[in-house]
Ligand binder design. Structure first.
Ligand code: 6GU
Length: 250
């Protein structure tokens, strides 16, 4: 899978994604991440890419033309790659604009984006981007939550992390992406490793019993209790048995 990130801060994105699991997946050739600097497409002698908003107001806006030229350059990269590998099969890439005005990112969206061959992220800064270029190039408006950040780089990195771990081969074992939080709209159960006693605290005895069916039942119950306590909004969407429903109401 190939990610392109249109940004004014390419180092921030590349430095942040080069480590750990995502870095290893890049080394293995499972993922490719390329940051493209919007400033390289500035069209004036000062290399500026921002200007005052018409109608007044606080702050500066990113101008349409550098963003558009950057997008055209990314599209060319994708087309060139497609001609080399599978001529004539590449459709226009999805272009994700990171903004608090977008639809809130979730696991279902991550799974949908993970099906794409190429994904393009557009990171805004200052007070935003000229609406006209957004209308021409953006296919998806995505927010990562109800709070305001200074730019789209961290949201893009978060989305790339969530999407990348769903790409086959990126995680050690492909099952570990299946049994986890948000499966069935339930949070994950608590987990324990050695030693058996730590700071006078015992590992729950059932986990040492070797009785797999009981362990599964206990884990499911823990998930229900935890979700009911921390995320009542999720528990409403979870499909629970009568017994589990009771647990959730306690
Ligand atoms: Cl995607 N961008 C910015 N600037 N702030 C945000 C956000 C995105 N999602 C939540 N807050």
């Amino acid at each position: 899978m190939q990610f392109y990130i249109m940004t004014l801060f390419p180092d921030m994105v590349m430095d942040g994604l080069n480590t750990s699991i995502i870095g290893r997946a890049m080394d293995k050739g499972l993922l490719d991440i390329e940051a493209v600097n919007i400033r390289d497409y500035a069209f004036n002698k000062h290399n500026s890419v921002d200007d005052y908003p018409y109608g007044g107001g606080a702050g500066m806006l990113m101008q349409a033309e550098p963003v558009y030229q950057c997008y055209e350059a990314v599209k060319k990269k994708i087309e060139t790659k497609a001609l080399l590998s599978d001529p004539g099969t590449r459709k226009s890439p999805r272009v994700i604009y990171l903004s608090p005005q977008g639809k809130t990112f979730n696991q279902t969206m991550a799974e949908e984006f993970a099906q794409e061959e190429d994904l393009v992220f557009l990171c805004g800064h200052y007070e935003g981007i000229d609406e006209r270029v957004l209308n021409e190039v953006v296919t998806d408006y995505v927010s990562i939550g109800d709070y305001v950040l200074t730019g789209g780089e961290l949201p893009a990195m978060i989305m790339i992390d969530a999407i990348s771990r769903l790409v086959p081969g990126v995680l050690h074992n492909d099952v570990s992406a299946e049994f986890e939080s948000f499966q069935d709209n339930l949070l994950e159960y608590p987990q324990y490793s050695r030693p058996e006693i730590w700071h006078d605290k015992q590992v729950p005895a059932i986990l040492l019993s070797g009785h797999h069916a009981n362990i599964e039942k206990w884990r499911r119950e823990q998930s229900v209790i935890r979700t009911a306590k921390n995320r009542p909004d999720l528990i409403e969407k979870a499909k629970l048995t009568k017994e589990e429903q009771k647990l959730a109401e306690e």
